[in-house]
Design a binder for this molecule. Sequence first.
Ligand code: BGC
Length: 551
Amino acid sequence: MRVGTHDDSWWSRAAVYQVYPRSFRDGNGDGLGDLQGVIDGLGHLESLSIDAVWLSPFYPSPQNDSGYDVSDPRAVDPMFGTLDDFARLVDQAHERGLRVIVDIVPNHVSASHSWFVEALSSPAGSPARRRFHFVDGKGEAGELPPNNWESIFGGPAWTRVKEPDGSWGQWYLHLFDHTQPDLNWVNDEVRIDALNTLAFWLDLRVDGFRVDVALGLAKDMTYPDLIDPIGMSQSLRFDLDPGSAEAVERRAALANSAIFDRDEIHDIYRQWRSLLESYGNDKMAVVEAWVAPERASRYVAPDTLHQIFGFDFLVVAWDAKSIRDAIQHGIDAVSAVGAPPTWALSNHDSPRVVTRLGDGPEGLARARALALIAHALPGSVYVYQGEELGLCDVEVPDSARQDPVWFRSAGREKGRDGGRVPLPWSGSQPPYGFTDRADVSLWLPQPEHWESWTVEAEGDDPDSMLNLYRSSLALRRSHSSLASEEIEFWSVDDDELVVFRRGADVVVVANTSDQWLPSPVAGSILVASGPVVAGDAGVEIGPNTTVWLQM
Ligand code: BGC
């Protein structure tokens, strides 16, 4: 089959590296990651043959949701630097041939955003309140929430406010934390403001945007009760096998529902598309929208946006059939409209892939093997910082946890902090070169056992995850068969193999079993994630290993 792409735009085959700025690298010696740290780390990205860097939010924010609670979308939080630092970052990235993608968070703002502060001190029905979803409560005195919607972080999706005169008043909607009020996208002011934000960063020469909660902007403003409010919010939690009946059912229930994936959302993205095109044809947006496959293409039709994250590898079970289905699913979801598929093994919202696939040597072997599958696929691949080092989730002490998921679930869910710990760059003890300042406690503590997982240590080890990523991403860029849009699954007798051909002459064989298995195809080894023996009798592939073969 051929994967269609709109054209040969840079993003259709890009390797994109996600930087989580607080935890990437400290450039000014205060112990927190910042934009100077990103500049200092660009060489690392270049050594990985990365094409673009995506920066998670670095905007002014109280950091209740690690920056996804934005109080001013058109500025830099002083903890990360200045707008001048940002401009330097863009310049230096561009000089190295790296594009820059920034996060835009249109579904909600921080409760400390001037609009929300104004809304709190304004009366019910006022223009300031109409920028949000302020609604009267149910019950005799409005003491009950307007409906049964649940926050994705746990607990109710509504919080009641005290009116300026001190009495209890209306409720406002927040699909996430109560410090992240949802914006009302029926309001023109909200739409215009988002366009201004896009233009602001485009004027600073960014190359694209990652659109947070892209499926959520439009709501049914009759605010009906949901039949399955918890199920709907949990369907965004990425915790279900994508092929399972439950996952399919939950995604189907999201289609054009009261809170997610409503048809009218695409009018917003059409406007955004026109704005992006007014800056030339090399600006893009990638949307975060976990929707049913038959709905995904709406976000990436030729008149809407450019890419939608393929999340199936974040949850795929470690078996050959599930992996084949995930690939097919990822391609089918977008090929009808000619958009490129995308592949991600992890991100700042998910467990680290090594941990998810079993931790220890087995988890690592499987993560290496899954990476070689993803890096061989047509479309673009997203790499979350630290994935290239094979890091595991860190056991963060409960007293150090920061994620609102931990607080809002009253500790029932640990949340996402384990995958957000500051990166180890060098040295043999914390802070492992993350910062020059030795006396600082990091916002999330690093473990004691990371000495051999630093960029420096792995760089010196030919068998490290880092060197595997360097080899595979370099080949992905340079080998014409891997650059092609063609992929063909080979049917094989063995249920534990995934085998596909790429372009004219590369075959990828993944052995998902715990045994050595013979490859059904011969060829010379381009790169392998684990032990492989090529002899006269053919190629033997070690357990939990993927190999790329040149036919
Ligand atoms: C982001 C999360 C964030 C949430 C609310 C998600 O999609 O990726 O990190 O907590 O949106 O903004």
